[in-house]
Ligand binder design. Structure first.
Ligand code: ASP
Length: 352
């Protein structure tokens, strides 16, 4: 081969390699867990339906344009309504997502999930997955068989968010109804409306319209790589119960939780994490016996600070800050793996 010919062959090779790598799409693994997004009605005229019926391939086939955004691989972890989510499934999901994100050929993970407990699963993953690759959770409010099902568009937009160059390092996000939320901030606030997810304290993480993704402020609390919590070798989580406060609340459920082996109790307090004298006495006794007690609020927004109307220092209670009761339970379970001291747990609630 002449020198000139060798040069031409080399140059062509270089152009080819550049073209191929420029065309290489991000690789997204979709892990399916069920929910309404995979739900089916007996017939489309009926409101009734069953969550977690269709499998992952059905969901992928319903949003074919995703393939323009990414190379997609799907897998089915479980197929349940998220009202049936358990600690065991969280650990199984956490281990699998961790494994996937460690693979060099996976750039992001999208998780399909029911909306009922999506905020809890998302927060659990944001505390326990040590990766800066994007993790996006997605669901739908209407079953896959309904008129105007919202699942396919939500899934497409979840993949758009997961493949956005700006998604890295933002921790676990939730995408639904053209909005992006941080898992730590988001709450399901409406039983059936498409516009059910809100981040009442800090606002949404951004918005998405088709493939156009815009992020607002970065997440404000510790997550991902920076988190102290690891689930590598875990196969169970400590038992933590939630008791709901109301006028005339007694202490029966608190006493029952302690007797039944709870290591922690979260109270969904009225207002600023308050409860009746009877319930306070029950919780104080629980705290004295070594059960961790966290005061959260049933109001749906705002923060519970220490020592406002309740003397947390004296009663050995932890204040939940901005975490609602169900998210407080998640953090308390993980915190209890490390310590049950009020100081240590309060530090976690202040930082995470
Ligand atoms: N119950 C359903 C679930 O959480 C609701 C939904 O997905 O929207 O699985």
């Amino acid at each position: 081969m002449t020198r000139r010919l060798r040069f031409v062959v080399l140059a062509l090779g270089l152009v080819l390699v550049t073209a191929v790598s420029a065309a290489a799409k991000p690789r997204v693994a979709i892990v399916a867990t069920g929910g309404t997004i995979a739900g089916a009605q007996p017939n489309t005229a009926q409101g009734g339906y069953t969550s977690g019926v269709f499998d992952i391939q059905h969901l992928i086939d319903a949003a074919p344009l995703m393939k323009d955004l990414a190379d997609i691989k799907g897998e089915q972890l479980v197929n349940v309504g998220s009202q049936d989510m358990t600690n065991e499934i969280w650990l199984k999901l956490g281990h699998r997502v961790d494994e996937l994100l460690k693979q060099p050929d996976v750039d992001a993970v999208v998780i399909t999930h029911g909306t009922d407990t999506m905020e809890e699963t998302g927060y659990f993953l944001s505390l326990t997955i040590h990766s800066d690759k994007p993790i996006v959770m997605v669901g739908s409010m209407r079953p896959a068989t309904s008129l105007s099902a919202d699942g396919p568009m939500n899934l497409y937009e979840a993949v758009a968010v997961a493949t956005s160059p700006e998604a890295k390092g933002r921790g676990v996000m939730v995408v639904l109804n053209d909005q992006i939320h941080y898992a730590r901030e988001v709450e399901k606030q409406n039983t059936t409306a498409l516009d059910t997810f809100h981040s009442p304290n800090r606002g949404p993480a951004g918005h998405v319209s088709g493939e156009h993704v815009t992020f607002f402020a970065p997440p404000a609390t510790i997550h991902g790589d920076q988190s102290a919590f690891l689930i590598d070798s875990l196969d169970a989580l400590p038992k933590v119960e939630i008791v709901y406060a109301y006028a005339n609340m007694g202490r029966d459920f608190i006493d029952y939780a302690v007797k039944n082996g709870a290591k922690g109790i979260v109270v969904a307090g009225v207002g600023d994490g308050n409860m009746t004298k009877a319930a306070t006495d029950g919780l104080a006794e629980a705290a004295r016996s070594g059960v961790a007690v966290v005061r959260s609020s049933r109001t749906g927004s705002g923060a519970v600070y220490r020592n406002i109307e309740v003397d947390d220092d004296k009663l050995h209670f932890v204040a939940s800050g901005e975490l609602n009761p169900q998210k407080s339970r998640v953090l308390l379970m993980l915190g209890l793996l490390k310590s049950n001291s009020v100081d240590a747990l309060q530090r976690y609630f202040n930082a995470y």
